[in-house]
Design a protein around this ligand. Structure first.
Ligand SMILES: O=C(CO)COP(=O)(O)O
Length: 247
């Protein structure tokens, strides 16, 4: 049985007052075994861990090195020391804004695992890739290049986030989501074997809202969502968690 995971990526949004949303969210959660993760900006990790009830906390990135002369970066050990349990890696915004390659992301995955974190590995094609019919090729290459060999359910979640769907209100059809998630599942089982490959949770991300969540969760290989804009307010995010719990 794979876990159901509703993860919120606050991106570069929120100061300490935004942590009130964690209290509001905790009060609206459906209970049960659906996992809820909120990934706030780095300065909020420690107070978020202290405030969150029934909500796991994650970072949005970490450096591949253990420590050293990397001004402005945070290590996986620092993330773990904050009490966070997850870290998002390879988000398309970091790949674009910071030039992160698959090899960079792979090294960060290793660092995250070494610190005991669960990595949420993000993959996704651009609009040009999709229009050129290269979606599966691009995603397959990203998965092969950025997911190291020791991946398993205990340390990895994979999130499919088509770049053209992030923050745009454009959502792939259910058929398009099913095609990519079934492909990812097949790649994982081919590489790691059925037991390990079937145990890794797959999330969909890109303009997930309360209004479209239930439809997206119909897909067999969608085990949850990675939500940006609609994770900032508890009143927007809680219905997504409720839809996942009911799926
Ligand atoms: O990038 C995302 C989550 O990591 C998705 O963002 P939106 O939900 O705002 O489209």
């Amino acid at each position: 049985m794979r876990p159901k995971i509703a993860a919120g990526n606050w991106k570069m949004n929120g100061t300490q007052s935004a942590l009130d949303e964690l209290d509001a969210l905790a009060a609206m959660l459906p209970g049960g075994d659906t996992r809820v993760v909120i990934c706030p900006p780095a300065p909020l990790l420690i107070p978020a861990v202290a405030r969150a009830k029934g909500i796991a906390i994650g970072a949005q990135d970490c450096h591949a090195a253990e420590k050293g002369a990397h001004t402005g970066d945070i290590s996986a050990a620092m993330v773990a020391d904050s009490g966070a349990a997850y870290v998002i890696l390879g988000h398309s915004e970091r790949r674009a804004d910071h030039g992160e390659s698959d090899a960079d992301v792979s090294a960060k995955m290793q660092a995250a695992w070494a610190a005991g974190l669960t990595a949420i590995l993000c993959l996704g094609e651009s609009e040009a890739d999709r229009e050129a019919g290269r979606t599966l090729e691009v995603i397959g290459a990203q998965l092969a290049g950025s997911l190291p060999d020791d991946a398993g359910a205990g340390n990895t979640v994979v999130a499919y986030e088509p770049i053209w769907a992030i923050g745009t209100g454009k959502v792939p059809t259910l058929e398009q989501i099913v095609e990519v998630h079934d492909f990812l599942r097949a790649e994982l089982t081919a590489r790691f074997g059925a037991d390990r490959g079937n145990a890794i949770a797959l999330l969909y991300g890109g303009s997930v809202k309360a209004a479209n969540a239930a439809t997206i969760f119909e897909a067999e290989n969608v085990d949850g969502a990675l939500v940006g804009g609609a994770s900032l307010k508890a009143s927007d995010f809680a219905p997504i968690v409720v839809a996942l719990a009911a799926s």
